[in-house]
Design a protein around this ligand. Sequence first.
Ligand code: MOS
Length: 729
Amino acid sequence: MTLVGRPVDRVDGPLKVHGAARYPADETWPDLAHAVLAGATVAAGRITAIDATAARAAPGVLAVITHENVLPLRPAPATALGPPPRFPLADDVIRHYGQYLAVVVARTRREAAAAARLLDVTYAAEPPVVRMDDPRAEVVENPFGLEVAIGDASGAEFGYDETFTIPAESNSPMGLFATVARWDGDRLTVHDSTQWPVSVRSVLAGVFGVPEPDVRVLCRFVGGGFGAGLKVWPHTVLAAVAARMTGRPVRLVLDRPQMFAGTGHRSRSVQRLRIAAGPDGRLTAIDHHATSTVGIDETLFSGIVTGTAEAYDCPNIATHDRQVRLHIPNPGFLRAPGHGEMNFAVESAMDELAHRLGIDPVELRLRNFRATHPHSGLPWSSNALRDCYRVGAARFGWSARDPRPRSTRDGDELIGYGMAGTSYSWYVGGCRARIDLGADGCAVVRTAATDIGTGTATIVTQVAADRLGLPLTRVRAEIGDTDLPPAPQSGGSGLATAVTGAVLAASGELLRAVAGLAGGALASRAADELAATDGRVHLRADPSTGVSFTEVLARHGLPELSADGQFDPADSDGLARSGAFAAHFVEVRVDEELGRLRVARLVTAVDAGRVLNEKTARSQILGGAVMGLGMALLEEIAWEDGTGRPPNATFGDYLIPVNADVPDHDITFVGEPDPLNPGGAKGIGEVGLTGVAAAVANAVFHATGRRVRTLPISVERLLSEEPAALVHG
Ligand code: MOS
């Protein structure tokens, strides 16, 4: 492959830069009305009355929809990621602060917002349960069965026993989520900010009781997702309800506080991690108990310990995963949901073990490398994690590290080196694509997948152009539309593999179709016997047999030739399917008197299988690492005790890294194409983030002797830690 792998510019870059890309909120129709959501100002209890008289009489108002007059909705179907969030307006119960109580629809957004402020809501409020340690809180087993037992960890002598606490974090995509909905009779068209249009169609068809083909969901561009777009949130349904009830197309755009409450977040979690190891550092037992938060009567398809057993070779592993129900907005999925939290605990613990045993942290990881899948015992389809450690260490200059904490100083600053490794479980769904080849020799590749900023449209174009022997300029990707062949979510680091498989299959079928029409030596060939160069299909073994696409179509008087392709994860051929791997190395500088912590250098080595586009792949890792720095240093959604109100649900008060917080990032790709994935690629949406928080915490320990097991590692936390936690030399 010649185009695949190259650092090709994003095919949609010019559209985005010129403002020509249409995001869901940009969509409009004649007669468009605007909806604004009004939220609860208490976190628990009941609505006793909503007086909407003034709101209904306000200028421009077309409808005020509450639980008292909403049209009946059917229960929403579950998706592959579990049941959708509970839809509001179904009853008078308040389950969290900000829960939508009413939809106000007006001629303009300003009129809708003004009318929403005139709603007079009376509550019978109750004290909300917002703390994980509140004795009133109900604790339930993770509904998805994440109790794992490998060997027997029950009798082990655990020399290591520590607890890790991670706060709630916001996905914070830059683009405010929006839904624009229109009904034509019983047919519904929706532009929606989503990572998975097919799931939005299924939920909307389900709640309105219309056939799926009568619902079309489009999301050609979305201003980021990071997991926020993996569920069908209430606002999407409410926009369609508003359109149905007013008989007008309706646009609904969330505001930033609504993004915090209404599109999920990373659950708060507490993890107790116990490890037994021999003096040589070999792990003998792991016991991992995690508890994370969930909405008061919601279901969350996510758990902390899903990846614990995959991290290291260890004969005895037990994991437990519980959820605590709170009056908080429903958590969702945030980049490496669960996995990122698990990684912080496990990789911090490995650093602590290395220090206690006097073994280099990289060496300790190499000694415990997991060469086989923990459950099947099969070898990984590809795993270059050890190369990630070695190459990352070499590029970082790890060998210069004096292992003693507090050993390195530069003026007022203590310098620390830290590292962490990460894997990411394989999570790839089935995918379809269609390619239409025109008489002009240009191809259009179609699939319902979204590009959430990762570069999906670009790699689809590259892969098809490569296989069809066409220049990039003669191939166009059309994506983000449920009228196109179905695709799985852009999530779980799975889409690159799935969509590459489908596009390669469709390209191969198209070559077969052209070859079949050409006849002669080309007829009745299998796709892998065929190749294409410069717009000509030929036998792979003999390029001289070629015939041009345009000639074949012209000869048969065809305006177009189409082919479908499909990728379904099949039998694994004696190998365990691998996700991506990475190792992160960081240098921190800490001014102890000020508690100021700066990440000065960041080096990452990644096993992504075959890299599809070096530029977008690098951006994925860099963007993930920036979020990892936010997790390490800054991010925390708070809900006030007593009120359940979030005091920092704005970009003024919720801190995320800015350019000045982000150091140079040296990124290298290692490893080989994965033999189980067509095209050899492994998705890397997550491994840029996972590992960064632990690497920073490990570097902080090396710099200062302070072990911080509670995120974020804020100035306050660095300054307020008890001096007893200090380790000298
Ligand atoms: Mo990611 S949480 O799989 O978008």
